[in-house]
Design a protein around this ligand. Structure first.
Ligand SMILES: Cc1cc2nc3c(=O)[nH]c(=O)nc-3n(C[C@H](O)[C@H](O)[C@H](O)COP(=O)(O)OP(=O)(O)OC[C@H]3O[C@@H](n4cnc5c(N)ncnc54)[C@H](O)[C@@H]3O)c2cc1C
Length: 405
C-alpha cells in the first residue's frame, strides 16, 4: 500500500483511470480513490464512441466490451422527416461502459496504479493554500503532491479549491433506459430524434445492439426526464412504433454538462479533468473521447510536476494550455453550434432536415465530418454549396431568434 503517493486521482471513471495510467507509465506512484466497490458501475452512459478517435488515443477496445458497430445515423425531425447518413464502414462502437472502464482500470493497475475502492473523497487537504492530499469518508486520509480531480460532474471536490465548478443550469438531465423487443431499427444505425417537445435543448436516441436490445435515452433542460422518456416510447409518431413491444429492463438518470469547459482547470497541487472540468462536447454530450484526451495530458503534466518537484499553479497551468491546444477550438465551436441548435423552432429543424436531404450533404459529411472534432471538420466542408446552404440557413435562423429576444 502506497503511504504517500506522488499523485492521488479522485474517481475511477475513464478519465481518472486514464490520467492515472499515463502518469504511472511515465514513472509516478499513483493512487486512485473510487467511492464505489468497483469501476464502471452504476452505468449511466450510452458508450457511443468514435472508432477513429479511439485509434488516435492508441486505445484498443477489448472485443467483449464492444456491444455493436455503427455505420451511421438516422436523424428524425419533429414532424417525422428523416435524414439518413450512412457510411461505407463502421464509424462508431457502442461499448459496455462497465467493461470499457474496467479495461482502462486494468491498464492502469498493470502500470502500477493502486485502486482504493469504497474510498469516497470527502474533502481536500490544504497546506498554506496548496492542495496536499485528500480526506476520505470515515477516518482515512492520503497525503500527496498532486490531486487529479476526475470525480465526474458533481464538482463537490473541485469547488473546495475555489475554482468555478459547474452550475446546475449548465447541465441537462440525461435519462437512459435499457430496453428489449426493439423492432424496425437497422442494427447498424443509431436513431436521433429532434424536437422541442421530444427533448428540450437536446435530442433523444435509440442505440441498437445486435440482439434486439437497445439503449433508449434523451436529455432535457426542463421538466421531468422520465415523462419525456415515456412520451418518446409511447407517443412519438416514429419511435413509439419501434418500441411498442419493448420492456424497460433498467433505467438511469445522470446530468450531462453542456456549457463548455470550466474557465480554469488547475490550481496549486490540483488538476481537474473529464466531466469534472466539463470537457464534454456541447453538441452531443459525449465526454469520453475529449475527457480521455485531456486525461492523458493531465497525467503527463502531473508526472512532470513530480519530476520537477514543482506543484505550483504556474507550473500546472501548462495542463490547460495543452488541452486547449488539443480540443479547445472544437469545444468552443460546438458550444456555438449547441446555442444555434437550441435557438431553432421545430419548424426550422424540419426545414434543415429537408435541406440536408435535398442538397445531398450526406456525402460531404461522410468525407469530412468527424463526430468528435466537429469544429475543425466544418472548415473543409465550407466550400461545398450544399453545406454552405445549410450553414447559412442555420445562421439566419439563429440571428432571427436573437432579434426576437
Ligand atoms: C445518459 C448519458 C449518456 C451518455 N452517452 C455518452 C456517449 O454515448 N458517449 C460519450 O462519449 N459520452 C456519453 N456520456 C457522457 C459520459 O458518460 C461522461 O462524459 C464520462 O463518463 C465522463 O467520465 P469521467 O471519468 O469524467 O466521469 P465519470 O464517468 O462520471 O466517473 C467519475 C467517477 O468518480 C467517482 N467519484 C465521484 N465522486 C467521488 C468522490 N468524492 N470520491 C471518490 N470517487 C468519486 C464516481 O463513482 C465515478 O466512478 C453520456 C452521459 C449520460 C448521462
Amino acid at each position: 500500500m502506497k503511504t504517500q503517493p506522488d499523485i492521488v486521482v479522485v474517481g475511477g471513471g475513464p478519465c481518472g483511470s486514464y490520467a492515472a495510467y499515463t502518469a504511472a507509465k511515465l514513472g509516478a506512484e499513483v493512487v486512485v480513490c473510487e467511492e464505489h466497490k468497483k469501476v464502471g458501475a452504476p452505468k449511466h452512459c450510452a458508450g457511443h464512441l468514435n472508432i477513429s478517435s479511439l485509434k488516435r488515443l492508441g486505445l484498443r477496445v477489448p472485443r467483449d466490451a464492444i456491444e455493436n458497430e455503427i455505420s451511421g445515423a438516422v436523424f428524425v425531425s419533429p414532424s417525422g422527416r428523416e435524414f439518413v447518413l450512412r457510411c461505407r464502414s463502421p464509424v462508431t462502437y457502442v461499448v459496455d461502459r462497465e467493461r470499457f472502464d474496467k479495461h482502462l482500470a486494468d491498464l492502469a493497475t498493470k502500470a502500477g496504479v493502486e485502486y482504493r475502492f469504497k474510498s469516497r473523497v470527502k474533502s481536500l487537504l490544504f497546506d498554506s493554500g496548496i492542495v496536499r492530499g485528500v480526506a476520505l469518508k470515515g477516518e482515512g486520509k492520503v497525503e500527496t503532491n498532486v490531486v487529479v480531480d476526475a470525480e465526474g460532474c458533481s464538482s463537490a471536490v473541485l469547488k473546495q479549491t475555489g475554482l468555478a465548478g459547474l452550475k446546475a443550469s449548465e447541465t441537462v438531465r440525461g435519462i437512459q433506459a435499457e430496453v428489449d423487443g426493439l423492432e424496425g431499427v437497422d442494427e447498424d444505425m443509431v436513431e436521433v430524434y429532434l424536437g422541442r417537445n421530444v427533448a428540450p435543448d437536446f435530442f433523444a436516441w435509440i442505440i441498437p445492439r445486435k440482439d434486439g436490445t437497445a439503449k433508449v435515452g434523451l436529455a432535457t433542460s426542463t421538466g421531468n426526464p422520465h415523462q419525456y422518456l415515456r412520451k418518446l416510447m409511447e407517443k412519438h409518431p416514429v419511435a413509439s412504433k419501434k418500441l411498442k413491444n419493448s420492456q424497460i429492463t433498467g433505467i438511469s438518470v445522470h446530468p450531462i454538462p453542456l456549457a463548455g469547459p470550466i474557465p480554469k482547470t488547475y490550481s496549486n497541487g490540483f488538476l481537474a479533468v473529464g466531466d469534472a472540468a466539463s470537457q464534454v462536447k456541447p453538441t452531443t454530450g459525449g465526454g469520453v473521447i475529449f475527457g480521455l484526451t485531456c486525461a492523458r495530458t493531465a497525467g503527463e503534466v502531473a508526472y512532470e510536476a513530480v519530476k520537477n518537484r514543482n506543484f505550483s499553479e504556474s507550473f500546472l497551468s501548462r495542463y490547460q494550455h495543452q488541452w486547449k491546444r488539443l480540443v479547445g477550438f472544437d469545444l468552443s465551436a460546438m458550444l456555438w453550434m449547441r446555442r444555434m441548435l437550441n435557438s431553432l423552432s421545430d419548424n426550422r429543424t424540419d426545414n434543415i432536415i429537408g435541406l440536408c436531404n435535398r442538397l445531398g450533404i450526406d456525402e460531404t459529411l461522410e468525407k469530412f465530418g468527424d463526430l468528435d472534432f466537429q469544429g475543425r471538420s466544418i472548415i473543409p466542408m465550407i466550400k461545398y454549396p450544399g453545406t454552405i446552404a445549410v450553414i447559412s440557413y442555420f445562421l439566419v435562423s439563429w440571428l432571427t431568434s436573437q432579434k426576437k429576444q
